[in-house]
Design a protein around this ligand. Structure first.
Ligand SMILES: NC(=O)c1ccc[n+]([C@@H]2O[C@H](COP(=O)([O-])OP(=O)(O)OC[C@H]3O[C@@H](n4cnc5c(N)ncnc54)[C@H](OP(=O)(O)O)[C@@H]3O)[C@@H](O)[C@H]2O)c1
Length: 355
């Protein structure tokens, strides 16, 4: 099942699944949008010649019994409806009761932490819980797990991310929610830091470039994958998001208020739904992981991933297919804990350099 199938990313995931020969159940809260999406694929938009339409199931996430009933015969749900701060736990709890594996594409630290805290329950239910199974965490987690294995005893881990791509509305809204909530991991604990208070230089391929502290999900997932207790994530990027980040340094408290969030949410709704196909073809994400030991010695590695949104669809479907084929580990997982640091190598266009 693909839940949130009618969103910008959800539609990419459906197209990817159909292309991979999977015939998913399309789900979300709006029956009309789901019907239109299913029709578009039945007409062959996914390049498939099947005559049976894709099945749709419309249900919201506010009635536990309805979610559970909709999941009863589902092996794995690929959850694409965000911001996940509102949608992850109701879906996860229904998955626990229905015995359905849970995979999502969140980028939110608090969501990963909340799901990690339910590891024992997931093990007991025999389900895998794998949040953040898209960009940036599939590449970053593999990059980080590999670097940490090459340099045992790392004390501080830093991740730098540069994205040359437009952002989807869902990404913008999720970033807006986190605008006043910068987080790092210090001595094992997730703690808050002021927006703009930490900068770090990374070589994204054109010499050192400064990036600003950002609450990427790696603050949670990289700890689970490596056990390193000090983790910082930084971001350097294109147009609207960094503008928001610069503003947040001075006005974060104001932007986090309800009125400002509602106004900015409407501003995001007036913008494009997400990058166009042409924009996606030239888009890329560059990740640099740096590990520092107690003597201050540093080692780093860099990865380039083409088309971050398309990449998310590919990795999510790849995980879904593996799970459906019985290739999963029960309990809370990260991409590298479930499938190893080489998982990312299965996807075309990934360039990986040990620096
Ligand atoms: N980690 C990654 O690789 C990655 C990549 C892309 C996106 N994302 C994340 O994925 C999420 C979606 O992004 P997007 O660009 O696809 O957004 P989008 O185009 O706005 O789509 C959001 C989808 O979620 C549904 N939805 C939202 N809130 C819901 C709720 N409370 N209950 C049920 N359904 C709900 C929407 O349904 P309606 O149409 O009915 O409103 C829509 O189908 C965001 O959180 C974004 O940050 C992550």
């Amino acid at each position: 099942m693909i839940y949130g199938a009618t969103g910008y990313t959800g539609r990419l995931v459906v197209a990817e699944a159909v292309e991979a020969g999977v015939w998913p159940v399309l789900a979300g809260r709006d029956a009309r949008k789901l019907g239109a999406l299913a029709d578009s694929f039945s007409r062959g938009a996914g390049g498939e010649s099947r005559s049976a339409p894709l099945e749709t199931r419309a249900f919201g996430l506010d009635e536990a019994a309805r979610i559970e009933a909709a999941l009863r015969d589902i092996d794995v749900v690929l959850h694409c409806a965000g911001p996940f701060s509102r949608t992850a736990l109701p879906m996860f709890e229904a998955c626990l009761r229905a015995g359905t594996h849970y995979v999502d594409i969140t980028g939110e630290i608090a969501v990963c932490e909340a799901l990690a805290a339910r590891d024992a329950e997931a093990r007991e239910a025999g389900i895998m819980v794998l949040p953040a199974a898209g960009f940036d965490v599939v590449p970053s987690d593999c990059l980080i797990a590999d670097l940490a294995a090459r340099h045992p005893g790392g004390r501080i881990l830093r991740l730098g991310l540069l994205v040359r791509s437009g952002a989807s509305r869902g990404t913008m809204k999720t970033a807006l929610e986190g605008v006043n909530a910068m987080r790092i991991r210090r001595d094992g604990r997730v703690m808050r830091v002021a927006a703009g208070s930490l900068r770090h230089e990374f070589d994204f391929g054109r010499g050192p470039a400064a990036a600003l502290v950002t609450p990427l999900a790696d603050v949670s997932t990289a700890w689970w994958s490596t056990g390193i207790e000090n983790i910082e994530a930084y971001y350097r990027a294109g147009r609207r998001l960094p503008r928001l980040m610069r503003l947040s340094r001075w006005f974060g408290w104001l932007l986090a208020g309800r009125t400002a969030q509602a106004l900015l949410g409407r501003w995001i709704d007036r913008g494009p739904e997400g990058p166009s196909g042409a924009q996606r073809r030239t888009s890329e994400g560059i990740l640099v992981a740096e590990i520092e030991d107690s003597q201050g010695r540093r080692a780093s590695a860099r990865m380039r991933v083409p088309d971050p949104y398309g990449f998310t669809a590919k990795t999510l479907v790849a995980v879904g297919v593996r799970v459906r084929n019985g290739n999963f580990k029960a309990g809370y997982q990260t991409p590298s804990s479930a499938y190893g640091a080489d998982f990312v190598r299965h996807f075309d266009g990934v360039e990986w350099e040990v620096l």
